[in-house]
Design a binder for this molecule. Structure first.
Ligand code: FES
Length: 179
């Protein structure tokens, strides 16, 4: 997939925020922009980021593979990242994870046949005081119960997503609206 003119323009804006000798600092924001436009970071886009920032391929690869929010392969329309770390487990996360798997009919790492959901189980998502929690794309859902999980999944399936608990202001919500 070729890199669009709009993505090139956004890249210029992002790179411009950093001193010329610190262009590598634009790496994460630029990868997020690629992901937002293409849905995932394709091998071609990865190469383009290397050239654009003048960094080594391994520098880009290590960032993509380190952060669970980076997507290096095709996936469902909604990526569910479910926290399997200790604080969330202690508040019922483990049982809830099984409920979610059953609801979706898939295991972690898999995508539903209709291409809507990809499930990932990840380490701490930074909301330990409000567990169990999950992210759907860039939206956060806290203090989950089976009923709340069902509401979220059913809402996404029917095209009427329920409101996230704390949409991430810079990234927009599930429906792609800026908040
Ligand atoms: S342990 Fe689940 S968000 Fe931190």
């Amino acid at each position: 997939m070729p890199i669009s003119e709009s993505l090139k323009k956004k890249a210029e804006e992002i790179v411009f925020r950093y001193p010329e000798d610190k262009r590598a600092s634009a790496l994460i924001p630029l990868l997020f922009e690629v992901q937002r436009e293409l849905g995932w970071i394709t091998p071609e886009a990865e190469e383009w980021v290397v050239e654009t920032l003048g960094v080594t391929p391994v520098r880009v690869r290590e960032v993509i593979t380190f952060y669970s929010m980076m997507r290096a392969e095709p996936h469902g329309k909604f990526i569910i990242q479910f926290c399997e770390n200790i604080s969330c487990c202690l508040t019922g996360g483990e049982e809830l994870q099984h409920h979610l798997e059953h609801k979706l009919g898939i295991h972690p790492g898999e995508t539903t046949k209709d291409g809507l959901f990809t499930l990932k189980c990840v380490e701490c998502l930074g909301g330990c005081s409000w567990g169990p929690m999950m992210l759907v794309n860039e939206d956060q859902y806290f203090q989950l119960t089976k009923e709340r999980v069902d509401q979220v999944i059913d809402g996404l399936r029917s095209g009427t997503p329920v409101k996230a608990d704390h949409p991430t202001p810079l990234l927009g919500n599930v429906a792609g609206e800026k908040v």
